[in-house]
Design a protein around this ligand. Structure first.
Ligand SMILES: C[S@@+](CC[C@H](N)C(=O)[O-])C[C@H]1O[C@@H](n2cnc3c(N)ncnc32)[C@H](O)[C@@H]1O
Length: 279
């Protein structure tokens, strides 16, 4: 518990009670939690998640593969000496959050967790428990307001923008519609980072699904707190413009530097994943 307090140091005041969880509406964070076997979801989330699984069981396998990507990518960039993480779209805490994985690899890890679902703040204290020593904070913020994120005093208190930062946009950009300018938002955030920073990104795709499955999934999520916009490999590649993609490039999530032999179907998983370096 000493370590968890240490993690709490900068963030303690930031973990405020939420105003309204809106448990009557399915929320992507809680549906994702249900897919990966968590307990922090409500009837509306479970019902919508089951409907998604009826469209394709890939919702669950894809979510698990995505989580595996996040953890391998954090281990990888922390192993390269990156100690700071701006993790937007944190999700509900589950084993192996960013600061825990990074804290196993390096010391003095600094993490700013941001999410627009108030339930993530409810679990802030649990989120900040874990291995290693460092500083982390949980902030209620919206990716659609990048200028506010960059100016946020709590973000600035935890992260030093003169040192490399890993910007984590893992399984979040598909919740931004095209007219919300996701490419411009990523550009604005990346532009604020110093050389040596990383972009860790994964994104849902319908490249291997039928048109009908994609339409049914979009319709289902349109009734949730955030609409779903799956994108093609070509579209996801544009998020990395101006960055150098690390090996193996943009691949399906299970195939990004796997630590186990590939399984049949890994090359058709429903998420593209990659890590870009800012030179
Ligand atoms: C599918 S979960 C991914 C969680 C974690 N990044 C992972 O990959 O395991 C997507 C998260 O993004 C959050 N989210 C969706 N739209 C957002 C937005 N506009 N601003 C901030 N967070 C958002 C959701 O609340 C949810 O926690």
């Amino acid at each position: 518990m000493t370590q968890s307090r240490q993690w709490m140091r900068a963030g303690e005041d930031d973990v405020r009670p939420p105003t309204d969880l809106r448990t009557d509406i399915p929320h992507p964070a809680r549906m994702y939690d249900y897919f990966i076997g968590g307990k922090d979801n409500f009837a509306a989330d479970r019902e919508a998640a089951e409907q998604a699984l009826a469209i394709s069981p890939e919702f669950r396998t894809g979510a698990l593969a995505n989580r595996g990507f996040l953890q391998r990518a954090v281990r990888h960039v922390a192993g390269q000496g990156v100690r700071q993480f701006l993790d937007i779209g944190t999700g509900i805490p589950t084993a192996g959050s960013t600061h825990q994985i990074a804290g196993e690899v390096t010391s003095d890890v600094r993490v700013a967790y941001l999410d627009n679902d108030p339930i993530v703040l409810v679990h802030g204290r649990a989120l900040l428990e874990g291995a290693g020593q460092g500083t982390a904070t949980v902030i209620h913020a919206d990716l659609r307001e990048p200028a506010a994120i960059l100016a946020n005093p709590e973000v600035r208190e935890v992260l030093d923008f003169d040192q490399p930062i890993a910007l984590m946009l893992v399984a979040i950009l598909h919740f931004l519609k095209d007219d919300e300018d996701p490419i411009g938002i990523v550009r604005q955030l990346v532009d604020a980072l110093p050389a040596g920073s990383r972009l860790v990104l994964s994104h849902a795709t319908g490249d291997f699904a039928t048109r009908e499955q994609v339409e049914r999934a979009r319709t289902l999520y349109s009734g949730s707190a955030a609409a779903l916009t799956p994108r093609s490999r070509e579209q996801v590649t544009t998020f990395f413009e101006g960055l150098e993609l690390e090996e193996p490039g943009l691949v399906t999530a299970p195939l990004w530097r796997p630590d186990a032999p590939a399984q049949p179907g890994d090359d058709r998983a429903p998420a593209w994943a990659g890590v870009g370096v800012k030179r």
